[in-house]
Design a protein around this ligand. Structure first.
Ligand code: NDP
Ligand code: KPL
Length: 342
């Protein structure tokens, strides 16, 4: 019933003065949810493709005009290595300085897909370019690995509504315009607590649900923590060994390191959340198997010469281990070796 209602609402309007010739097909019916994705990286571009496939008016917001122009001119290419299909999307892309009051008024859902350490700069740009034009409280969905203290890095957003989420899909950025889906997963979203948000949230989720596996949970803290544990065991090992996730899990040298990291992480986890290793190792195995040929985001970072998210992952485990008086030698080694390469 709800989906029918959404599909009848075809009075969409351009969020970025959309001029592209992309027309939703019969299957890709237009919806009345406008979405802006901040960060045209691997995840941002993939999500833009998902939304456009679903007929959702979608725009990307890039860090600078150069990147925005490149994406605007060439569009994005999303290759699904699981299904073997490649799709092109002429997605609208603008830089922060071109965000206008009309853009802000049109966007219903803002998806932030920047790295954990990029949140402070994102917030600065948001405060300057979006905050002054906000008339209603929008939904802001955060997609990242690891822990971000939103109250500290983005107080105004944290004070309103933020939908936290975790993603277990594997997405590798190939070139500036193209991304490859290298493994299926789930996008776990926090259930909005506020009734006012529920309708927009539901409309948005219903629109994209046919294109991406979505789970909505009222216990996002556990989901974020479980994913942090997985990333702290998988990402540094794959990044240092330069192996894809599934290949690393099966490698006789990399695998024992993942298990040693999991044992230490489990000790911390047991004290903080009561999670046992019997649950953690199968979860790591599942993520590595499901994203077998994916390069972890940390491996992609090192290959591209970027800073990694090690502070938000193993750094967080080390911080908690210290608080609980535990030793986490393997996490310390991974932390130091990754830092040495940044
Ligand atoms: N790739 C994967 O398989 C998965 C990734 N994740 C998580 O999702 C998050 C995003 O990952 P991913 O897409 O791989 O990372 P990328 O580094 O590929 O993408 C982040 C993008 O955001 C851009 N950016 C940074 N700051 C801003 C800003 N203020 N405004 C606009 N754009 C900005 C970056 O530009 P620039 O590069 O120029 O800084 C980059 O293009 C990470 O936390 C990652 O851990 C989670 C699951 C899977
Ligand atoms: C799910 C996984 C492990 C996919 O590679 C990921 O979260 C990452 O690369 O950061």
């Amino acid at each position: 019933m709800l989906l029918e209602q959404i599909l009848r609402c075809s009075d969409v309007f351009d969020i970025f003065n959309w001029t592209s010739s992309f027309e939703p097909s019969q299957e890709r019916k237009a919806t009345n949810v406008q979405v802006a994705i901040i960060g045209a990286g691997a995840v941002g571009k993939w999500l833009a493709g998902i939304h456009m496939q679903a007929g959702v008016k979608t725009g990307l917001i890039c860090k600078n005009s150069q990147q925005a122009k490149a994406v605007q001119q060439s569009g994005i290419q999303v290759m699904d290595t699981v299904s073997g299909r490649t799709n092109e999307y002429p997605v609208d892309c603008i830089a922060w300085e071109h965000v206008t009051a009309a853009t802000v008024a049109a966007v219903k859902v803002w998806i932030v897909s920047v790295k954990t350490y990029q949140w402070p700069v994102f917030y600065e740009l948001w405060s300057r370019n979006v905050e002054p034009f906000l008339q209603a409280s929008p939904l802001v969905v955060a997609v990242h690995n690891g822990f971000v203290d939103y109250r500290q890095v983005s107080p105004k957003i944290a004070a309103r509504r933020i939908i936290r989420s975790v993603l277990t899909y594997g997405v590798t950025a190939e070139e500036a315009r193209s991304v490859q889906i290298r493994g299926n997963g789930v996008w776990t979203l926090e259930q909005p607590s506020d009734l006012h948000d529920s309708q927009t949230f539901q409309n948005w989720v219903e629109a994209i649900k046919p294109r991406v596996n979505i789970t909505v949970t009222s216990d996002i803290d556990s989901a974020i923590w479980r994913k942090l544990l997985v990333n702290s065991c998988v990402n540094p090992v794959t990044a240092l060994a330069k192996l894809e996730n599934g290949v690393a899990w099966e490698n006789p040298h990399a695998h024992p390191m993942m298990v040693a990291l999991a044992k230490e992480a489990q000790e911390v986890s047991r004290l903080k959340y009561g999670m046992e290793l019997v649950e953690l190792l199968p979860y790591i195995q599942q993520v590595c198997t499901d994203t077998y040929y994916n390069r972890s985001s940390m491996l992609q970072d090192l290959l591209a010469g970027r800073k990694t998210e090690i502070d938000a992952l193993n750094g967080r485990i080390l911080q908690l281990a210290k608080e609980y008086g535990l030793k986490a030698m393997h996490h310390q080694i991974m932390y130091d070796l990754i830092k040495a390469q940044e």
